[in-house]
Design a protein around this ligand. Structure first.
Ligand code: CNA
Length: 425
């Protein structure tokens, strides 16, 4: 990580392509966004050029080696929506249910991705032939719905459809740092649901761990903040939690760090943890809109060009800059989307050569994929032993920061967590 930090001095700030002044949305509304990344996909085969641009603007702190910190960390410049990149103005946002942008209207739901087109079997064949040894996996909230954690956008069950519980004027407010500054309660209510400790990894998480066990996983890039990837035993060096995690906490204004367990205790008790230095509200280091992504995210500049298979699971690819990552593998690299709906570049007709989709319930799909690969028994066994030995104690609360059970690695391939990342060190 250190070398990545020193060699890659860029910053990327999390954003959702929404209008500058988002209108109030009723609870049934969800966004459908035409991303620039999707357009770039066909016109710019060179992955470096199509990489998400270092967007932004704001200096953030905790991990940065920039000067001017003082012993309490860098003062943060307050970020408003107006700092969102110019690109956002080119993006269209639709209202009630379904595609609305001109391109999406034109494209609609591509006919060749609405049912199983044999893509799963094709990719399984490639893996079995040994043609995929550097697999990059990109995930979102859809891999954790089988663990009982709602995603954002699934109509009916997604968090955006149940906003009354959080009392926010528009969905993204929950993760808006300016909104949080004024009223942290909506996020803290949601945090109670998402805090690691009450949910278990499911078959999909263990499938990804099995990819690692087989020596095929180059890296898992997750947008999730539920900690289930760590909990299922995927080692820290194989994991990029692109939108941060609950494992650490800090002041949202001055970035002074704060004990994660204390922050969790306060939030769970309905209290507001406050910074010991400036008395502003402390928040878990989950990345909010307008905040920079962790330095580890920049491993993508090395990983994606090296990937020989990209598997995308359970994400609507609506949040930037993460969503555009999928366009940065080489144009010859197969991409497999496992999701309930086609999203992002997989909405295009015709799809890029080497693109495959398998639409439907993710857990079912992944089980079928594992069967094709001949891994199902291994995964079931791994789940059983890991659950019995490790997950109950973690889920019942011994691991308050949601850290992984780092000593537990299942093979020479499942390497140990690094000393710095292990919460017990
Ligand atoms: P999203 O926008 O809600 O998209 C989820 C996608 O997964 C949708 O396309 C769904 O159709 C699909 N999906 C959901 N369940 C299933 C299923 N069982 N089978 C197949 N497909 C399914 O969420 P994204 O991850 O794309 O958005 C990124 C946000 C969500 C990140 O910033 C996260 O921090 C945030 N988030 C995380 C969690 C979590 O950590 N578990 C939960 C909710 C939101």
């Amino acid at each position: 990580m250190n070398s990545a930090q020193t060699k890659l001095p860029w910053r990327e700030t999390l954003y959702h392509p929404i209008p500058q002044h988002p209108r109030r949305l009723d609870s049934r509304t969800f966004y459908s966004v035409e991303t620039k990344g999707a357009r770039m996909n066909t016109s710019k085969p060179n992955e470096d050029k199509s990489s998400p641009r270092p967007a932004v603007v704001r200096v953030r702190g905790a991990e940065s080696g920039d000067s001017g910190l003082g012993q309490y960390g860098k003062q943060r410049k307050k970020q408003s929506d107006s700092a969102l990149p110019q690109d956002l103005r080119q993006m269209s946002v639709s209202g009630q249910g379904g595609p609305n942008s001109s391109e999406e209207k034109k494209l609609g739901q591509p006919q060749n991705v609405t049912k199983s087109g044999g893509g799963l079997a094709s990719v399984a064949r490639l893996i079995k032939l040994g043609r995929c040894k550097n697999v990059v996996v990109v995930t979102g909230a859809g891999i954790s719905t089988a663990s009982g954690i709602p995603d954002f956008r699934t109509p009916g069950t997604g968090l955006y459809a149940n906003l009354e519980a959080y009392n926010v004027p528009y969905p993204e407010a929950i993760f808006n740092v300016d909104y949080f500054s004024n009223d942290p309660q909506p996020f803290f209510s949601l945090a109670k649901v998402l805090y690691p400790g009450s949910h278990r990894p499911n078959y999909i998480h263990y499938f990804i761990r099995m990819l690692h066990h087989k020596g095929l996983l180059l890296r898992l890039y997750t947008q999730n903040i539920d900690g289930l990837e760590k909990l299922c035993g995927i080692p820290d060096e194989k994991l990029v939690e692109a939108h941060g995690s609950f494992a650490t906490a800090s002041c949202h204004l001055c970035y002074t760090s704060y004990p994660a367990e204390e922050a969790k205790r306060a939030i769970m008790n309905g209290d507001i943890p406050t910074c010991t230095f400036c008395a502003a509200t402390v928040k878990p280091d989950v990345v909010f809109f307008g905040e920079d992504l962790p330095q580890k995210y920049f491993l993508h500049t090395k990983d994606f060009p090296k990937a020989d298979l990209l598997v995308i699971m359970g994400t609507s690819l609506q949040i930037e800059p993460f969503a555009s990552l999928v366009n940065t593998v080489r144009s010859t690299v197969p991409r497999l989307l496992l999701n309930r709906h086609a999203v992002g570049p997989f909405l295009r007709v015709p799809m890029r050569r080497g693109d495959h989709t398998e639409l439907g319930d993710l857990e079912n799909t992944v089980r079928r994929f594992a069967e094709m690969l001949g891994w199902n028994d291994d995964i079931v066994e791994l789940m059983k032993s890991h659950e019995q030995e490790h997950v109950p104690t973690l889920v019942s609360g011994r691991s308050e920061t949601g850290g992984s059970d780092c000593d537990e690695s299942d093979s020479e391939t499942d390497s140990k967590c690094s000393a710095s990342s292990c919460p017990r060190n």
